[in-house]
Design a protein around this ligand. Structure first.
Ligand code: 5AD
Ligand code: FES
Length: 359
């Protein structure tokens, strides 16, 4: 006999791990509509109707890591590597300012060609010249680097833990030089340094179960994260996960999907578990539903979007996963596109830095 389905939690009941897991498996349309409505209402009450814009600068696609899922992995010889110059980065930051974005996000692979002091000087220049909030997303750098950048004025740091399932994480994210990768320790260090701390996951990694995504959402709550990014896992053929040379064996019925509906469930549940967090409607979600993925994310719990500022000649090279949204676009086009989408769903563009709310 098939096992009994898990009990169906009420939408206003306690959202413990078992309830989150049951919601992740929900298929009843009426109940899902209740979930979307509850997440949207919580979003409205706790972080308001403003959608904050974070201008994304993908400053380097060099990476020392060998992640099984990511197209920037060191072993991928099919992409041409680039690192933007200081002037190019500052130009993007000026554009962000001109476009009225409150934040720039400097993102890259884990690239030690990005020298600690070089980046610190850029952070200082951006802060002095534009006054924008600066978010860094540069991988698992040593605590000393993180301290120097914080000192230089960086406000926030993003480091997704990808999955809280330790065994799965270690399989898809090999250690570097025999040193054990501990993203939770880095997240704690970032908090101690006074950063606003962001993390997040991919949903639908091969070998990832519904129970483990429920544990991820529970972990978001325990970590009291300021920002939480959730996107679908998208298969990249130039990676071990994508070319199926690697697969963790789990029972097929436990595998969580990487479809958009599953991502909306995870976003909505995260909003309910972490009502005041800043939650982006991610580019990966916009990639698997180019029609209205971003809007649906914003209507089901999210309150942030990340317009791309990367110069067009570099965009295609920052190929974390294939067919990434906005690759053929310019900064200007992304700005207009997102403004239109935000207004079309009756929301407004956020003003100011859009930091984490408290209380
Ligand atoms: N599909 C979806 N997201 C991915 N990322 C990396 N590779 C993929 C992929 N194949 C996400 C990771 C990383 C972020 C920058 O991009 O979550 O933290
Ligand atoms: Fe870049 Fe829509 S956000 S084109």
């Amino acid at each position: 006999m098939a096992p009994a389905p898990p009990p169906r939690p009420p939408i206003d009941g306690p959202l413990d791990r078992a309830a989150i897991e049951a919601w992740l498996g929900e298929t009843d349309q009426r109940r899902l509509d209740e979930l979307w409505a509850a997440a949207n209402e919580t979003r409205r009450l706790r972080v308001g109707d403003e959608v904050h814009l974070r201008g994304l600068i993908e400053l380097s696609n060099y990476c020392v890591r060998a992640c099984g899922y990511c197209g920037l992995r060191a072993g991928n010889r099919e992409i041409e590597r680039y690192r933007m110059s200081r002037d190019e980065i500052l130009d993007c930051a000026r554009t962000a300012r001109e476009f009225g974005y409150g934040t720039v996000v400097l993102q890259s692979g884990e690239d030690y060609g990005i020298k600690t002091d070089w980046l610190a000087a850029i952070v200082r220049a951006i802060k002095t010249e534009t006054g924008l909030a600066v978010t860094l997303s540069l991988g698992e750098r040593p605590d000393d680097d993180l301290a120097v950048w914080r000192e230089a004025g960086a406000d926030r740091y993003l480091l997704r833990f990808e999955t809280s399932d330790d065994e799965l994480y270690r399989l898809i994210h090999p250690d570097l030089l025999g040193r054990r990768s501990d993203r939770f320790a880095i997240l704690r260090a970032l908090r101690e340094l006074g950063y606003e701390v962001g993390s997040g996951i991919m949903v639908g990694i091969p070998g990832q179960t519904r129970a483990s995504v429920a544990a991820d959402i529970d972990a978001f709550r325990d970590l009291d994260l300021d920002m939480i990014g959730i996107g679908p896992y998208i298969s990249h053929p130039a990676t071990p996960l994508g070319d199926h040379s690697w697969q963790r064996p789990i029972p097929a019925e436990e595998q969580i999907g990487n479809d958009e509906l599953t991502v909306y469930k995870a976003v909505a549940l995260t909003r309910l578990a972490c009502p005041q967090a800043n939650i982006p409607s991610t580019t990966a979600l916009a990639t698997i539903n180019q029609v209205d993925g971003r809007e649906l994310g914003l209507m089901r719990g999210a309150n942030v979007v990340m317009p791309n500022l990367t110069p067009p000649e570099y965009r295609a090279k920052y190929e974390i996963y294939p067919d990434k949204a906005c690759v053929g676009e310019t900064a200007e086009m992304c700005r207009g596109c997102l403004q239109g989408r935000i207004e079309a769903i009756g929301r407004e563009i956020g003003s100011g830095a859009g930091g984490r709310r408290h209380g």
